[in-house]
Design a protein around this ligand. Sequence first.
Ligand code: AMP
Length: 413
Amino acid sequence: MTFKALGIIEPILKSLQAEGYENPTPIQEKSIPILMRGKDLLACAQTGTGKTAAFAIPILHHLYNQGPQNRAERKIKALIITPTRELAIQVAESFTVYGRFTKLRTTVIFGGVKQGPQTQALNRGVDILVATPGRLLDLIDQGYINLSHIEYFVLDEADHMLDMGFIHTIRKIITLLPKKRQSLFFSATMPPAIVKLSGKILGDPEEVVVKPEQKTAERVEQAVYFVHKKDKVKLLIHLLDTKNADSTLVFSRTKHGANKIVKLLQRANISSEAIHGNKTQAARQKALGNFKSGDTAVLVATDIAARGIDVEELALVVNYNLPNVPETYVHRIGRTGRASASGIALSFCDEEERAYLKSIQKLTGQRIPIIKDHPFPDDGAGEFTQTSQSRNPPKSPTANRNKNRRYPPRGRS
Ligand code: AMP
């Protein structure tokens, strides 16, 4: 299947080609034909599957086919709501990239920053608006945004939206949308509250499910290190010293933990920054920018802050703490090994985290290879190290990779 076979207009095909996308991903192959027919869509898919392009391409296609808008007539025709600022920025960037030969205009709005530049952009005229819920409602209340011309409405990462307590805001926004519209609903999981919310938004939707968990986990080279809690930083520094990874994303369970890891890495002369909910939006964006440009080698993030981080060529993910929700593990390691690349995910497992490791292995149906040969082994790892794999320990998954990659120079922290 090719993008051309999906009937997409030439200007979008051109930008996809420029991006190096050769074929649609499964979610794109399933969703784009439904959306091209104008149907509502309920999609069960998470980040890393190519879901953004799955909704952005048909929306751009339809809007382009409506013909050019003069400045005075430009009305917001498409609204995409995302739970986090990072994801909103990412989604808006995708619209801009895929639509760069269409002359359609995209703007993004989110809280935590001054509203002036955002309202100025809105006043200049916008076709596609990407927004987080709070700032959207705020600017609607202030009269900067009118939703009465919306033809395409997307609720992205609906389950996270609910987790973050946006349900009332979303309900209110829905009441302001025109009845006649095409609605798209994306969620990685479908618990009852989500199904109920989708019923309020969607008409008679077609459903698409892609199961990225196993696929992602299969593509990523994984390994686990049994290590005492107190030795984790030393092990991390050791791995960063020996792995030659260009960009490493480290997951910490807590904000405090993330700050502490950064402090110790910096003390070891490793350039690193933390992003989490206690940082200002400006600080988070700056840290992300430094990481993307390669100025910062290691980004230490909490799960919520890491949502929406999309770094091409992310070489290594380190689970400094194993998550207690196994799906979170799959989500984290999906940060590396994106749509076309493969990646490496290394996990640290201390005494208290062994049950989490079991749940993860159950979910993915995979046994994660154990690396016993490291300077800070936890010899009490018991049943896990009695496996056949540990009797014949696997070679470090990074052993043959990144041979030509140089770890960014030290001392830039
Ligand atoms: P998403 O799930 O929307 O966050 O997308 C995950 C990543 O896949 C992004 O980096 C996209 O740029 C990339 N991507 C999306 N569609 C394709 C495609 N058809 N071929 C290659 N990469 C893609």
